[in-house]
Design a protein around this ligand. Structure first.
Ligand code: ADP
Ligand code: MG
Length: 461
């Protein structure tokens, strides 16, 4: 099983990138398998929710491609009875409350669970106003901000609140990608009338990640009409995007123009206090005992986006509960080295050369030698390529580091390596892996007292 599971992981890596796979998929453990279903154990329920939200389609496809199973079941590893969750979150009900007529809201993405900080105050206030009186003031509400900063959360919260206030409200919540797919499928099945009616009778249309409409003219045209019809009848539209409307390339002018009709609210990355508050809230929700100094440690080191911050907490929580350990700063350092910010990393020439020598079983001296057998030439060229890519070293500098070679030799080596990567997927995989090795082994070297600190300083001068 483990080889098959590794194969699933590697197809997923190609699709989602190594970070997402390491964070969310690798912690899963295949525990049982039948001809139709694969059972996976997750560290906690939260993992399941996150995977369901972000990576379900990809996971399903990979499992099906590699193992042939159509069904995936999840169980939480700590649950004594091995409670099973069929992996169909899109039909998970909101008990006792109204439902969207299209799409599924994420149960935890409510206003109550949303931390307001200076970074999102405006967007939050706008979303609340919209929830109070949909279609009234801010139409459309256009929320933009970088990845993982809370756009989807806010949109879900708005829809939840509208439904709480009026369980009969007709709500569609979907990603622009789903909208595109629905349209394509309606066109194929000759069901355009149905499609139109479905989207033009709504009280709220929330379309997530509209940047995905870029360059899709047919969908844009259809959406344009949907938009007009909803707007004319004062129905609410909420859009999110990772960029400002004018920066979405390949968007028809008339749509762009409409996106700017209502209110545009941005979400910025949270400051450190907000990051700490978000961690505190998530810890409460998940029942993780998170000491303040650990929250502060995480918030200091993970400043890119909230999703990462949340991921770090979940990982830490899962690790602590499985090992029955308390959550401390030391544990956080140990468990989270993958998450720690890149400013902590210092890739060095030495690090690159060591990784190459280890991987290809050659000696450091081979990297500077004049030997030109393939066995040493390929790794040597790759090492030069990595020095260029990861350290931005100049060609002459690289030449000096590799046995005093001429800069034109370096240029040639890098070009050959690039071509090899492009043409040979196995080689590409090796390079990807080595980059990760180099980056992760260089983490933490800047820690005070670390014996590597000196050599780092020398290397980077
Ligand atoms: P986006 O759609 O902007 O990429 P999401 O809305 O999916 O980001 O947010 C990523 C994760 O971070 C979600 O789990 C969300 O609950 C959480 N999150 C983001 N901002 C906040 C916040 N202000 N308070 C609480 N959780 C947040
Ligand atoms: Mg989103």
């Amino acid at each position: 099983m483990s080889a098959a599971w590794e194969a699933v992981l590697s197809t997923l890596t190609a699709r989602l990138g190594p970070n997402e796979v390491n964070k969310w998929i690798r912690p899963l453990r295949p525990v049982a398998i039948t001809s139709s279903a694969l059972r996976l154990q997750a560290p906690n329920r939260f993992f399941i929710d996150c995977i369901a939200e972000h990576h379900l389609a990809a996971l399903r496809e990979s499992v099906r491609a590699v193992l042939g199973m159509r069904q995936i079941l999840f169980e939480v590893s700590t649950s004594a009875q091995g409670e099973l969750f069929p992996l169909k979150p899109t039909t998970r009900p909101r008990p006792g409350r109204g439902q969207p007529v299209f799409g599924t809201l994420l149960p935890k993405h409510t206003f109550a669970n949303f931390v307001v900080g200076a970074n999102n105050q405006f967007a939050h206030a706008a979303a609340r106003a919209v929830a109070k009186q949909p279609g009234d003031q801010y139409n459309p509400l256009f929320i933009y901000g970088g990845v993982g900063l809370g756009k989807t959360h806010l949109v879900n919260a708005t829809a939840h609140l509208i439904l709480d206030n009026n369980p009969d409200a007709q709500i569609a919540y979907l990603s622009a990608e789903t909208f595109v797919n629905e349209l394509i499928s309606a066109l194929r099945r000759d069901r355009m009338e149905e499609f139109k009616n479905r989207f033009r009778k709504l009280d709220l249309l929330a379309l997530d990640d509209v940047q995905f409409l870029a360059g899709r003219e047919r969908t844009q045209e259809e959406f344009f009409h949907t938009f007009n019809s909803l707007h004319e009848t004062r129905r609410q539209i909420i859009l999110t995007s990772d960029t400002f409307p004018k920066d979405i390339g390949g968007l028809a002018e008339r749509l762009r123009n409409r996106f700017e009709w209502g209110l545009i609210a941005d979400i910025q990355p949270p400051d450190i206090e907000t990051r700490i508050a978000i961690l505190g809230k998530k810890a409460d929700i998940e029942g993780v005992l998170l000491p303040h100094e650990v929250a502060a440690f995480l918030a200091t080191h993970i400043d890119s986006n909230v999703r990462e911050l949340e991921g770090s907490l979940m990982r830490l929580g899962a690790y602590a509960s499985l090992n029955k350990a308390a959550i401390t700063v030391d544990l956080a350092k140990e468990v989270l080295h993958n998450f720690l910010t890149r400013t902590q990393q210092k890739v060095t020439v030495e690090g690159i050369q060591n990784a190459i020598c280890d991987n290809f079983s050659i000696r450091p001296a081979d990297l500077s030698s004049k030997r030109r057998t393939r066995q040493v030439a390929v790794p040597r060229q790759l090492a030069m390529y990595l020095c260029r890519k990861l350290l931005h070293a100049s060609f002459p500098q690289i030449g000096i580091l590799f046995g005093g070679r001429d800069h034109s030799t370096v240029i040639h080596a890098i070009a050959v390596t690039k071509r090899r990567i492009k043409e040979d997927p196995a080689f590409q995989a090796t390079v990807d892996r080595l980059e990760r090795v180099i980056e992760s082994s260089s983490r933490w070297r800047k820690e005070p007292g670390s014996h590597n600190q000196e050599s780092n300083r020398r290397q980077t001068q």
